[in-house]
Design a protein around this ligand. Structure first.
Ligand SMILES: C=C(O[C@@H]1C=C(C(=O)O)C=C[C@H]1O)C(=O)O
Length: 508
């Protein structure tokens, strides 16, 4: 992909102010921090904005986080003292210990943020600003917040690659309700792209030299049913198949279930990240606010005017006596998998096309080979239209348009999403939602949060967590079509749970 096109229209790109630019034309806007969210009803979009270094406590904060909210929809917030946020990016050079260590090895213990694939990507820590948001309008609110915040940055960036300057890590809920989405602007980001390693500090950079403690293994791991057991999952799949065959109102539905793991020692997200990255180097190893995983599915990447996606749907998993090539051939020849896949590829392409002047969808799917599964994959590439970008087609708004694709929702989308909530009866949280990062120039990458688990913070009474251990909720799901066999779907979900299970158990 080419470098960002600097002629991208202003409306399409949140533009931080670059040092050496028009310093005097910056007029501090009134920054408002909304401190209350519990008072709102569940169906409304909720937004809580926090300057994390100064937890919301009713006092003015040392520096501001800003967002746009309709004044009549929210109670009065707490006015903050407007102060410019500084984002400083510089190249790391040979001789600096951070120049050639693997990115994941640079992470301190707490508040880790990760987006790493094949050794490149971004890691971050600390929290210069944070948005918590929920509801059907979560994408637009997140987009407004990020673009507004970007105007408050003074940027000193001598590298200029996508991911330099101010960056937000984002992880959005699968569903309009329930679910909670989060954007975190770290205090420190270390990035690598095209062989260049850089560091960005946001704010005063005081956490740049955070000591890196040794990674702490989780001890013994035990599993128990989550909100939807494997047996319950089998029933839900059988019911979906029955319904599809009887009424024909759904063409495809993606059903998932969860699994709880308890560990005898506290969970160190870096232990999972390291193991996942070692076994799944071609996946995006991510961590945002306790959601940790290694996903193979690129939802949408934007660089300048170019967008790219790789839709995955249709799966086989290793069986004794079958080579990878035999499995790949079986997958390509399976009418059931091809139809599951076609719905997913079509759903992405149809919703991305309005933003593009050109959109190329691979004719025939290819096979993506991973250790635990093989998927059918379709590559999609587009060029954004100038009118679209002028009219505010930001990455987050495009992500909003394509989510959920039929790889994690179904066809037709609204009916499938409704049926998912009825049949699963669990809160997916941010599993199967978009996860990724955004920079201040409009570039970014979002994947579908798969092969992941949510580290739980509250310790349930009588659990390992209460005794000082950890608790984590793993998720996996499968596309169901009328030809699906419930036992096979249970086995497929098990294969998809394997990456996180093995990472927890220390398999590398
Ligand atoms: C839903 C998941 O995966 C999705 C479903 C797939 C399928 O049904 O074949 C394949 C890849 C993903 O798009 C998951 O991993 O939990």
């Amino acid at each position: 992909m080419s470098r960002p096109n600097t002629s991208t229209p202003r409306a399409a790109r949140a533009r931080p102010r670059r040092r050496g630019g028009t310093a005097t034309d910056w007029s501090p806007s009134v920054l408002v921090s909304v401190t209350e969210s519990a008072a709102f009803c569940a169906t409304a979009s909720l937004a809580t904005v926090t300057d994390c270094r100064h937890p919301v406590d009713g006092h003015a904060h040392a520096f501001g986080a800003a967002h746009l909210l309709e004044s009549d929809a929210y109670p009065p917030g707490v006015a903050t003292t407007p102060r410019l946020l500084t984002a400083r990016t510089r190249r790391l050079e040979a001789g600096d210990p951070r120049y050639d260590s693997p990115l994941l090895e640079l992470l301190p213990t707490d508040a880790v943020l990760s987006w790493v694939r094949d050794g490149s990507g971004l890691v971050g820590w600390g929290c210069a600003a944070r948005l918590d948001v929920a509801g059907p309008d979560r994408f637009n609110r997140a987009d407004d917040w990020w673009r507004e915040l970007c105007h408050q940055f003074e940027v000193d960036d001598s590298v200029g690659l996508p991911g330099c300057g101010p960056v937000a890590f984002a992880s959005l809920a699968f569903a309009d309700d329930p679910g909670h989405s989060v954007l975190i602007v770290p205090e420190v980001v270390i990035g690598q792209r095209d062989g260049v390693r850089w560091i960005t500090t946001i704010g005063d950079g005081s956490t740049e030299q955070q000591p890196v403690e040794p990674v702490h293994p989780p001890g013994t791991v035990s599993y128990s049913d989550g909100q939807l057991s494997a047996t319950g999952y089998r029933q839900a799949v059988a019911e979906a198949v029955h319904r599809m065959r009887q009424t024909g109102d759904l063409d495809k539905i993606v059903l998932a279930h969860d699994l709880l793991a308890s560990t005898s020692e506290p969970l160190d997200a870096r232990f999972l990240l390291n193991n996942l990255a070692a076994r799944y180097p071609t996946c995006w190893t991510f961590a945002v606010d306790g959601l940790v995983g290694a996903t193979p599915e690129l939802l949408l990447e934007r660089e300048g005017y170019e967008v790219r996606s790789q839709v995955l749907a249709g799966t086989v998993w290793p069986r004794e006596g079958h080579t990878t090539e035999q499995l790949a051939a079986e997958l390509m020849a399976s009418a059931k998998n091809r139809s599951e896949h076609a719905y997913a590829a079509e759903s992405l392409a149809v919703r991305l096309r309005p933003f593009c002047s050109d959109l190329t969808v691979q004719n025939e799917p290819e096979v993506l080979r991973l250790r635990n599964v093989l998927h059918l994959a379709t590559n999609v590439e587009g060029k954004l239209s100038e009118s679209g970008t002028r009219n505010g087609a930001t990455l987050l708004r495009m992500v909003a348009a394509v989510h959920p694709t039929a790889a994690v929702g179904g066809t037709p989308t609204d009916d499938a999403v409704q049926a998912i909530s009825e049949l699963e009866g669990m809160d997916r949280g941010r599993y199967a939602g978009p996860v990724g990062w955004l920079d201040g120039s409009g570039n970014g990458e979002f994947a579908v949060a798969l092969r992941c688990a949510q580290v739980e913070t509250a310790a349930a009474p009588g659990t390992e967590a209460e005794r000082g251990g950890g608790r984590i909720r793993l998720f996996a799901g499968c596309g169901i079509v009328p030809e699906s066999d419930p036992d096979q779907e249970v086995a497929e979900a098990e294969a998809k749970l394997l990456p996180v299970r093995e990472a927890l158990e220390g398999v590398r």
